[in-house]
Design a protein around this ligand. Structure first.
Ligand code: PPS
Length: 307
């Protein structure tokens, strides 16, 4: 059946999980609590990985919760219809997840005066430091790897249009004509928050390179002290292999009409640099030109910036 995306404020969303009403509600009316922790990503950047890490940290390194309860219940997708119900009945302190670009994030997180401040805050939103203690963990990944992962995911997930070809998907990704909008806008928007004390930025590549160090930094940010044994347990239980074996996070429990496991695997490769197996030299150069143009000075801020 043909997929018709839901559009909210000019951005497309997959129809199985979102409606215009649920997106408007989470944008305009969802009440952020002081002790909420948000896991925010552009798709395919390490969302479910961070869900495992955050839940393991929350349970002091004990994997029982991760092994017994679905990831979508532990850290609900609060912008989706079902996720919103879970989020509203979730006992505080909540762990929540979304792919929202910053301009569609709940306004209750920000000051509501919708005017551009003198410093030129991009979306006309002002952060009210001290009013809310809610925290955001934003994970980003080399966009070329995001694109490859997104390409395969779109093939297996019924709520996404099956890409015509890699070349076409590349064109759509570069022009931002994909669900959840442009990677460039998403990252640039959230990067405006860099330096705020309630924002934590991390890359997929850092998680790969030094998961233990990343978990330590996250614990510090979340003000949750874990001893070395507990950190070891987080690292072990959030490994690619452990996650592949855990039905509560490997997506194999999803019904075929949502995710067809015969068409692919959600935890597909879990590596950095798979783009090199997919991009031609010309495609990579075209990507770099647009990346440079869109990201400008932000380029060097990321581990893949120099390449
Ligand atoms: S989604 O659909 O947006 O929620 O997808 P998301 O979870 O953001 O991204 C899925 C990719 O993350 C990889 N992944 C991991 N890599 C390494 N280690 C661990 N533990 C891990 N967990 C998830 C997953 O394999 C997807 O990447 P690809 O490149 O497709 O393998």
């Amino acid at each position: 059946m043909a997929v018709e995306y839901v559009t909210y404020q000019g951005i497309k969303f997959p129809p199985a999980y979102n409606s215009e009403q649920s997106l408007r509600f989470t944008h305009k009316e969802f009440q952020v609590q002081d002790d909420d922790v948000f896991n925010v990503t552009y798709p395919k950047s390490g969302t479910v990985w961070m869900i495992e890490i955050l839940s393991l940290i929350r349970s002091g390194g004990d994997p029982a919760w991760n092994r017994a309860v679905l990831n979508s219940t532990r850290v609900p997708w609060f912008t989706t219809r079902l996720g919103l119900e879970s989020a509203l009945s979730y006992p505080r302190p909540r762990l929540l997840t979304c792919h929202l670009p910053v301009q569609l994030f709940p306004t209750s997180f920000f000051g509501s005066r919708a005017k551009v401040d003198q410093a030129g805050c991009a979306w006309g939103l002002q952060y009210r430091a001290g009013v809310t203690g809610a925290k955001v963990v934003y994970t980003l990944r080399n966009p070329k790897d995001v694109l490859v992962s997104y390409f395969y995911f779109s093939k297996m997930c019924s709520s996404y249009k099956d890409p015509e070809s890699f070349e076409q998907f590349l064109r759509d990704f570069l022009s931002g004509d994909v669900p959840h909008g442009s990677w460039f806008d998403h990252v640039r928007g959230w990067m405006e928050m860099k330096g705020k004390k309630n924002f934590f930025f991390i890359t997929y590549e850092e998680l790969q390179q030094d998961l233990r160090g990343s978990v330590r930094r996250l614990c510090q940010f979340l003000e949750q002290e874990l001893d070395e044994g507990a950190i070891t347990s987080v690292v072990e239980n959030a490994s690619f292999r452990a996650m592949q074996e855990n039905k509560m996070c490997n997506s194999t429990l999803l019904p075929k009409d949502i995710m067809d496991q015969e068409k692919g695997t959600f935890l597909r490769k879990g590596i950095c640099g798979d783009w090199k197996n997919h991009f031609t030299v010309a495609q990579s150069e075209a990507f770099d030109t647009i990346y440079q143009d869109q990201m400008g000075g932000l380029m060097e801020a990321f581990p893949w910036g120099a390449h």
